[in-house]
Design a binder for this molecule. Structure first.
Ligand code: NAD
Length: 279
């Protein structure tokens, strides 16, 4: 495939562009992941809470792609235990592996920090053990903010390989990206297309797309790649699944990058990690 890898802090290679399956029902996930793999995607981003680890696993198994070429991410949800213990984390990890039909994942993430609680340190320590055992080639976080990231690194010694955060042209996350660079954490952008809501109708993005003869989604993905993000766009529409990986044969210029920089406005399409505490 034409997708370049990024090298995570522990030396593991991760495709810079992958396929997200949030809000895709299990059966549909099987079909969509199968198509994505046929189109050249090798990285898939699922989660316990998405309810589609089984369909994702079925598509991976049926694809005929060597396990060693695949990069599978799943995430520990908030809810399984009021206060996390080592045993509870290990139990949830085993359950995810079983649903995926895998004996290891490439990346295991803490889905949300629940910043108002302290048990994410227990989770990260246990994730460190899982990584040691080889059952996750890398472990990391999602939706962690600077105070939690610093605390994790200082108190557990586990450096997340990745922090997966909401990031798109309307929420460019420069503070977190700088901290990630300082700590050696890769930045992975969720909702990289702003969930398709409004961002793709932006006039500035439309102009850049027109200039390159590409779609707004393609120039937004190209922008992410140019600034070093890992991206995991989601679609269940075959033409869009193809379009979203067809972004490696053109580039943005300095004018385009300057125009993208003006779009940052702190708009979130998802919840704010500082207050999000779903169970
Ligand atoms: P996204 O930014 O990838 O947008 C997806 C939506 O954009 C689609 O449903 C469709 O409506 C539209 N779209 C996709 N491709 C298009 C195209 N080529 N042209 C026009 N419209 C297009 O949104 P997302 O699904 O929220 O994020 C991507 C992935 O990130 C998810 O599937 C999931 O894997 C992950 N994610 C993680 C978290 C987290 O808390 N860690 C939260 C949200 C999403």
């Amino acid at each position: 495939s034409s997708v370049p890898n990024v090298t995570l802090g522990n030396g593991v290679a991760m495709p810079q562009l992958g396929f997200g399956v949030w809000q895709v029902p299990d059966d549909q996930a099987e079909t969509a992941v199968a198509q994505a793999l046929a189109d050249g995607y090798r990285s898939v981003d699922t989660a316990q809470i998405y309810g589609n680890e089984e369909g994702t696993g079925r598509a991976l198994a049926a694809s005929g792609v060597d396990r060693g070429e695949l990069f599978v991410t799943t995430k520990l949800w908030n809810s399984a235990s009021e206060t996390w213990t080592r045993d509870a984390v290990l139990r949830e990890f085993d359950a995810s592996l079983a649903r995926l039909g895998l004996d290891y994942v490439d990346l295991y993430l803490v889905h949300w920090p629940r910043a108002m609680r302290d048990d994410y340190l227990t989770i990260l320590r246990t994730f460190g053990e899982i990584a040691e055992s080889g059952r996750a080639r890398a472990v990391g976080t999602s939706n962690f903010h600077p105070p939690q990231l610093r605390r994790v690194v200082e108190e557990t010694g586990v450096v997340p390989a990745v922090n997966q955060i909401e990031l798109h042209p309307y929420l460019q996350q420069s503070e977190l990206r700088a901290l990630h660079a300082e700590l050696g954490i890769a930045t992975e952008a969720w909702s990289p297309l702003g969930q398709g809501k409004g961002l793709l109708d932006d006039a500035v993005i439309g102009r850049i797309a027109e200039k390159h003869g590409r779609t707004p989604a393609q120039v937004v993905l190209r922008w992410h790649l140019r600034i070093g993000n890992v991206v995991i766009p989601k679609s269940v529409t075959p033409s869009r699944i193809r379009e979203n990986i067809d972004v490696f044969d053109f580039d943005l210029d300095e004018d385009d990058l300057a125009a993208f920089a003006t779009l940052d406005r702190g708009t979130r399409f998802g919840p704010d990690p500082d207050t999000f505490d779903w169970n």
